[in-house]
Design a protein around this ligand. Structure first.
Ligand SMILES: Nc1nc2c(ncn2[C@@H]2O[C@H](COP(=O)(O)OP(=O)(O)OP(=O)(O)O)[C@@H](O)[C@H]2O)c(=O)[nH]1
Length: 465
């Protein structure tokens, strides 16, 4: 996107540069015209102020022509008559330095067949001129024969030179000796050097100065500066856009990370929900099977034998029937809380269904598990319950050995619990001992992980009332 815009901008800039350079080369001119209509004062000067000077000059404008009539006489060492167009009174002047060429429509007549005319442009500069002293203004001049150029004489302004006599009279540093058009006070036309005495006329029809509106060097410098500015502007804009893009992508990356995190949490909580019972927060059957599988797989520390404790609330149906389902739920939640707070953190606690729970103690033989169950039974029986209820539970305890099918173990715990019910409830019963002395039951030679998987697929189902 940026590259395309940049390419287009470059093409536009290149085209503009080309057009501008061509325009500057072949056009972009400005012209200054001086003629009889110009608002400048025109005066005639002669040599009578100089020693021996006797020439007389007067203006004679006719139609569109500025005219000088001159009676040139010998006397002064360099007799002359002059027609002067004054642009301004020194120290003021006008800047003609931006003009390149001078074009003159001038005719001159006199005793000689081909009259020469001197053209002066006087420049005032405080570096070498003194206000009120006309001679101190630098004399930029050229001499030519107007009759050779009946259709006008065009000359580059650079062809004018500083008059040698002026340099001789105003010694100065070399750099100040160069022609200067920056503050020209006027232009003058004078009879030529070593001209014959007699009647002379000089007619100036038109003076034209032509130059570039903007000098070529200035214009090229301007083009370079414009390019540099464009490049800098582009770099700044590009930098800002890139920074913005970076900020946006950082923000979207951040929000993606947040989304990822929330999805991860959601996934975790969904997994957690799938493993737990919503009413009590205890593990459900699948959760319990998963946990046992994990423990057995990791084989961390001493895990077997384990004690399985089946817990069933006594006469729970009555609670529901007399006090309603909500109270029944409260009792179930309360029991779960109480059991969790009474056992250790790494003991597993699951809601097996309805008002039945299963506790699993790791690295605990059945008789020790029975003692814990007994303590638990007592805590439940003496706890405070909603609606002043007296809640008791029947416990069935069985030992579960490595390699034994979990369903088998649960079944034995369930049977023991059933006996507790039959014996009058609010009791802890342990599975019946088999023939092997010193242990409640002998461990069967089974693959423990396989047994757990079976437990996960078909948890021990049991009915009792
Ligand atoms: N409030 C409530 N009741 C439940 C929930 N799950 C099962 N029950 C009820 O628990 C009662 C269990 O009754 P029974 O199996 O007859 O057992 P019991 O009344 O506890 O009697 P015994 O076990 O012989 O002491 C049934 O009425 C079920 O509806 C539950 O999540 N909330």
């Amino acid at each position: 996107m940026h590259a395309r815009v940049l390419r287009r901008l470059l093409i536009v800039l290149l085209a503009l540069t080309g057009i501008a350079l061509l325009w500057n080369e072949f056009g972009m001119t400005t012209t200054m015209v001086i003629d009889v209509h110009s608002p400048y004062q025109v005066v005639a000067l002669d040599d009578r102020d100089n020693p021996g000077g006797r020439s007389t000059a007067s203006t004679s404008h006719a139609g569109s022509v500025l005219g000088l009539d001159c009676d040139l006489r010998t006397g002064y060492e360099w007799p002359f008559c002059e027609l002067q167009v004054e642009f301004a009174k020194a120290p003021r002047g006008i800047d003609l330095s931006r003009y390149d060429s001078l074009r003159l429509w001038v005719t001159a007549s006199g005793p000689e067949p081909q009259q020469r005319v001197r053209v002066y442009m006087r420049n005032f500069d405080a570096a070498y001129s003194k206000p009120g002293v006309a001679e101190s203004q630098k004399v930029n001049q050229l001499t030519y024969e107007p009759s050779v150029y009946p259709r006008g004489y065009e000359v580059p302004l650079s062809r004018l030179t500083v008059a040698q006599w002026w340099i001789d009279e105003h010694p100065m540093t070399l750099d100040l000796e160069a022609p200067d058009f920056r503050n020209v006070t006027g232009i003058a036309f004078s009879t030529g050097p070593r001209v014959e005495p007699g009647l002379h006329t000089i007619h100036v029809e038109r003076i034209e100065l032509t130059g570039k509106l903007i000098s070529t060097s200035t214009f090229r410098l301007g083009v370079i500066v414009a390019w540099m500015v464009s490049v800098i502007v582009w770099l700044v804009v590009d930098g800002l856009l890139k920074r913005n893009q970076l900020r946006l992508s950082a923000a979207s990356q951040h929000s993606l990370q947040r989304l990822n995190e929330s999805l991860r949490l959601e996934t975790r909580s969904l997994a957690e929900i799938a493993r737990t019972d919503p009413l009590t927060g205890a593990l459900n059957r699948k959760g319990l099977a998963d946990e046992l599988m994990r423990i057995v797989r990791l084989g961390e520390g001493q895990t077997f034998p384990m004690t399985l404790v089946f817990i069933d609330i006594d006469h729970f149906k009555r609670v529901n029937d007399t006090l309603g389902h909500d109270t029944g739920d409260q009792v179930i939640r309360g029991l779960a809380q109480l059991v969790r707070s009474a056992v250790q953190r790494d003991d597993l606690f699951a809601r097996w269904g309805g008002e039945e729970f299963l506790l699993v103690f790791r690295d605990t033989p059945g008789d020790k598990g029975r003692v814990i169950a007994e303590r638990l039974r007592e805590r439940i029986a003496t706890a405070t319950w909603p609606e002043g209820l007296h809640v008791t539970c029947s416990f069935g305890v069985a030992e579960w050995h490595r390699g034994e099918d979990l369903n088998e173990g649960i079944k034995r715990a369930d049977e023991a619990m059933y006996r507790a019910k039959q014996e009058g409830r609010d009791r802890v019963e342990i599975e019946l001992e088999d023939d092997s002395p010193g242990s409640l039951r002998s461990p069967p030679p089974r693959d423990s992980a396989g047994s757990l998987r079976a437990a996960e697929r078909s948890p021990a189902g049991h009915e009792h009332g």
